[in-house]
Structure formats: structure tokens, C-alpha cells
Design a binder for this molecule. Sequence first.
Ligand SMILES: Nc1ncnc2c1ncn2[C@@H]1O[C@H](COP(=O)(O)OP(=O)(O)OP(=O)(O)O)[C@@H](O)[C@H]1O
Ligand SMILES: [Mg+2]
Length: 366
Amino acid sequence: MEKYQNFATKIEKFFKINPSENFDIELFGLLKEIIDFESGYIFFVNPERLEYSFNPQTKQSKCIKENFLMENLTFKNSVFGKIYITGNKFDDNDKKIFKACSSIIANITKDIEISKIIKMQVDALEKGYYEVQKSNKKILEAEKIKSKFLSHVSHELRTPLNSILGFSELMANGFAGPITQKQQEYLNDIKASGINLLGMINEVLDMSKIESNMMKLTRKEFMLNDLIIEIENIIAPLLIKKDIKFTKKIDKSIKIKADYQKIQQVLFNLLSNAIKYTDKCGKVELRAVKEDNFITISIKDNGIGIDKKYHKKIFNKFEQVGESQANSTGLGLTITREIVKLHGGTIDVKSTPDIGSEFIVRLPQI
Ligand SMILES: Nc1ncnc2c1ncn2[C@@H]1O[C@H](COP(=O)(O)OP(=O)(O)OP(=O)(O)O)[C@@H](O)[C@H]1O
Ligand SMILES: [Mg+2]
């Protein structure tokens, strides 16, 4: 036991002065003064089950010989490592001393082990942070390419589509000679499909602008009624196609300072939804009133309606109730809400299945 006392004092002294550097060599050196052995090994198991070892002589952990002593290194009843000595025939006295020494070794190495684990974790975190930064950069670059691509493709698609719409309008108005009723009907179909397609292309383009924070407003003062007259012309082919009765109740004196194109888009989205989700021969109504410094625009239909549980969801990207319809991307309401928000306004929905829906937009007049 005297040997053990010696070991305890020496080892504590050493680790007080020099707590971690080459601790394995020093530790086995001190142990060798009291027990005769050939090689010593320590294995640590860290929480991620990563094993590493220290060995003063061979640095190879697999060559533990048959004749050995082994003790667990424990801290608060949990094993965090093992210590082996190998080589000679060990007697009972050696075993007792080794057991006692192991508890001192556990006590000292636990601090070293903990600091090593912390270091490993800090290293891993730093490495992870760097990796995350690297992949974030990649994602941002990919997003930029995607937005550029979308805006390029959308522009390229819009030009020929506008000419399809323009020329079918000219033909419908008799500029290319008289047309029959059947031709008029087909021209209306071409226009209605063209308008739907243009709407979808614009949605993709707008969504990519919103996602890259590129959507900006160009405000100007205008009469709301002028904008509504223009919108009526745009949606006319859609109304004709479904034989829907359109009525409006508008305060014609309403002046507003807003982004003309974007407010037009809001009304187009809401009106085309009202038409799309209302059966043939249904009704769509547009109202606009002034209250204090706000303008309230409402679009009401007697269509299929929306269950209450979807009232919030439908404003999310790609969210559609039931099965997706043709000519639908599920972006219309997301963009509409974004535009309204950019103007400092709000949008709400009141709707009952099989009765109809009402979308209410409130915009500051400015
Ligand atoms: N007036 C309405 N009546 C009934 N359901 C509606 C109405 N307006 C919107 N919805 C529901 O909300 C969903 C989301 O509308 P949103 O306008 O965002 O997308 P969409 O019309 O499906 O496609 P698009 O992006 O081409 O407009 C629709 O798919 C539909 O289920
Ligand atoms: Mg829509």
C-alpha cells in the first residue's frame, strides 16, 4: 500500500503541473515504478462512440496479449474508458494495486478526456458551421440562377402570347374581314386560353420576384374606375365562356395612389378565381367603397365555396383545395396577398361550401 500512496502523490503532483501533455507516457511511467508490465493501453469511449487510445510503446491497440490486467475507468458510475497492462504474470498484490491505481487514473483522465471531448465537439461544430456556410452559398447561387431562368423564360413566353392575344382581338373586331359566329366563338376560346396562360406565366415570374425580394411598387395616382373598366375587358372572354353574370357596385369617385399594374393583377387574380370556381351561369359581383382613408374592394361569387379549415391555407404557396384544376398553379392568392401587403393593406376571405366566397381587400388610399 505504500507503493500505492507513492503513486497517488506522484501522479497528482505531475498532473497539477502538467495536466494533459503526454499524460499517457508519464502515467504508465509512474505505474511501472510499482507494477512490472510490458505495455499499457488506455481506451476512451466518448459519447459518439468514437474510440481512441494511448499507448506509450506501440501505439497499436489491437495487440493486447493474453496475459493482462484490465480495469474500467468510471466517472459517476458510468464507464468512459478502459485501462490495460499486459506482459508479465500478475499476482494478487499486483491486481489490488492496479485496481486502486485505476481509480486514481480514472479521476485524473476524466478531466483530460472531458476537455478532449469538448475540443472534438468544438472542432466538429466549427467544421459543421463551415460546411453549412458553404452549402448556404451554393443554395443562394442556385436560387439566383433559378430566378434568372424563370424571369427569362417568362419574358420569352409572354411576347408571343401577347401577339396571339392581340391578333385574335383584331380578328374578333373584324379588322381582317367579316367573321362568322362560329369563328367568333373560337376566337373567344383562343383569347380565354391565352389569358389563362398569361396569368400563369405572370404568376411564376412574380413568385420568383417575391422570393428574391425583388418585387417593388411603382405608385401613381389613378381613378379606380379606370382600372376596373380595363379589367372588365380582360376578363370578358372568361365570363362569356362560362356564361357568368358580372355586376359591379363602385364608387366612381375613388382615387388611389398605388401600383396600377399590381392592383390590376390583384383584381384579375380574385376575379379569375371567382369565375374559375363558380359553375356555369353563376354570379360574380365586384364592389368598391371608400371608408375613411381606406378603400375596400370585395369580389363575391356564388360558386363552390371553401371549407373554413382551408381559409388560411389557400394563401400559402401551391395550396389548392381538392384536386388541382387545369390552368392553375396555386400561386395566385399568395402573390395577391404579397402585393396587398406591400401596399400596406389586408385581404380576408368569407366563404361557405356550396354557397359562395367573398374576398375582401382593404387598401390605404394614401
Ligand atoms: N372564389 C373561390 N371559390 C372557391 N375556391 C377558391 C376561390 N378562390 C380560391 N379558391 C381556392 O383557393 C385555392 C388557391 O387559389 P389560388 O388563386 O392561389 O390558386 P389557383 O386558382 O388554384 O391557381 P392560380 O395560381 O393559377 O390562380 C384554389 O385552388 C381554390 O381551391
Ligand atoms: Mg387563382
